[in-house]
Structures are given as structure tokens and as C-alpha cells.
Design a protein around this ligand. Sequence first.
Ligand code: NDP
Ligand code: 8X3
Length: 252
Amino acid sequence: MERKIALITGATSGIGKACALILAKNGYHIIATGRRAERLDELKKEVPSGIEVLPLVFDVRDKEAVFGLIENLPENWKNIEILVNNAGNAHGLDPIQSGSLDDWDAMMDINVKGLLYVSKAVIPGMCERNSGTIINIGSIAGKEVYPNGNVYCGSKHAVDAITKGMRMDLNPFGIKVIGIHPGLVETEFSVVRFKGDENRAEKVYQGFEPLVAQDIAEIVEFCINRPSHVVLADIVVLPTAQASSTLVNKKL
Ligand code: NDP
Ligand code: 8X3
């Protein structure tokens, strides 16, 4: 039987981890990436028996590490069929006049350039094989802008544009390109955004039922199990209580 391989960036937490587990359940061997090696090792213990996990520890901003590791994968890991570009975060929630340069660099370098580096390392193999699926995790912040979201929204609008461009350029190769754009999902996202302030992070998800990572993973599962002539190109998924990035029906 053909050996199926999926690479998921940011598989140490939240949406990426849930995607890794659901793809493993669907019979994919998993190349799991992230900076926290110990969490990638934990993932090995959670996949069904017979499924292999290859942890690749790198920061997506580190061009040399990205290309060095992905271009030199062991032979039986080279044929990546599914790439989930998930690694990313918001850093800060500040008005443009007082935003931090370090936060801006992090968001553009991770969410946009990191996604591009990983994609550039994986796409040539997909083109050679005339086969593959790329799933980019965008955001409602890539479809709308909200106050103080400035640069994070910019980074996710860039992901949306890059996804559309990838779909056009890779179409002749039969490669499916899918953009998934979630609203509020309770993960470590807000803890990172608020620099470890767990109380502030918790408040983001109070008073309504947010999405959970598994909700996004199940959409990924649905996408990858469509027949070869079907691609769900662009998906916005919100908690039922959320009508837009600024309109959440909170009952506090
Ligand atoms: P988490 O903080 O739970 O997960 C983020 C993941 O990205 C971690 O695995 C982290 O791994 C990885 N990551 C972050 N920075 C880097 C880096 N420099 N190099 C390598 N990996 C990195 O958040 P989510 O699961 O919520 O976020 C996943 C994606 O979903 C992001 O792109 C986010 O923008 C998007 N999203 C999230 C929403 C939400 O409400 N939660 C809504 C819409 C989109 P590690 O730290 O180990 O490197
Ligand atoms: C994460 C969702 O609304 O916090 O992309 O930007 S939001």
C-alpha cells in the first residue's frame, strides 16, 4: 500500500496538534514541526499504532533550518502529500501608534515568511509528482480587520492572498490549495498574544462557546477526503456566537 505522508507546521499545540492527530487517524505518517521538541515527542505516543511521527524541530523563521531539514528528509519521508501551513500566532493587540516592532517582526516573519519558506521547500516535490494538497490556516483576521489587530490582520490578509496565488500557480500540477479561516478558537493563541497573561487570555473566550482545535481538524479531515475532482478552496468557520471579527454575542 502507498505510504501517505503529511507535514504539519506548529504541531506542538492547538489547531496544528489536532490536525496532526486527525491526519494520523486517517492513515498519514506525520512530519510534525515546531520549536518545542518535547511536545513533538509526546505526539508520538498519541498516534494510532502503525503510524510514524517524524519530529522536525525548527523555527519557521530560520530559512536555513527549514530548507536544510525538509530538503534532506529520509527517502521514505520525501513524498509529502499534504502540507498544513499552520504555525503562527498573534503577538500583542496594540494600536498602530504604540505597537512593538518586535511583535510586528514576529508576526510578519512567522505567519507570512515562515509559511512561504516551508511551502517553497515542499512544493517542488508536489509539482514533480503532479499531486498534493496545501492547507493554509488563515483567519477571520485575513478577511476582516479589527481595532488593534492591524499587523496580525495584515499578516493573515497576506496569507489569504498568497493562498489564492498558490491556487492559481499550482493548478496546472493538480495540486489542491485550501484556505481555512477560523474565528475564535480556544487554544494557546491568546496566551501567546498576551505574552503569558493567562487571565487576560481566558477572558477572550468567556461568555460564549468558542471553537476548539478539533473543530478545525474535522474540517481538514473533510477537505482531504473529498474526491480528486473536488477542492474546498476557501472556508470561513466561526463559533455560532460570532458574526464577525468584532461582533461576538457574549452573555456575561
Ligand atoms: P497555538 O499558540 O496553540 O499554536 C501555535 C503553533 O504555532 C504552535 O505549535 C507553535 O509551536 C507554532 N509556532 C509559533 N511560532 C512558531 C515559530 N516561530 N516557528 C515554528 N513554529 C511556531 O495557536 P493556534 O493553534 O490557535 O494557532 C494555529 C494557527 O491558527 C495560527 O496560524 C493562528 O494564527 C491561526 N488561527 C488561530 C485562531 C484562534 O482563535 N486560535 C483563529 C484563526 C486562526 P512552538 O511554539 O512549539 O514553536
Ligand atoms: C485568530 C482569531 O479574531 O483573534 O486569528 O484574530 S482573532
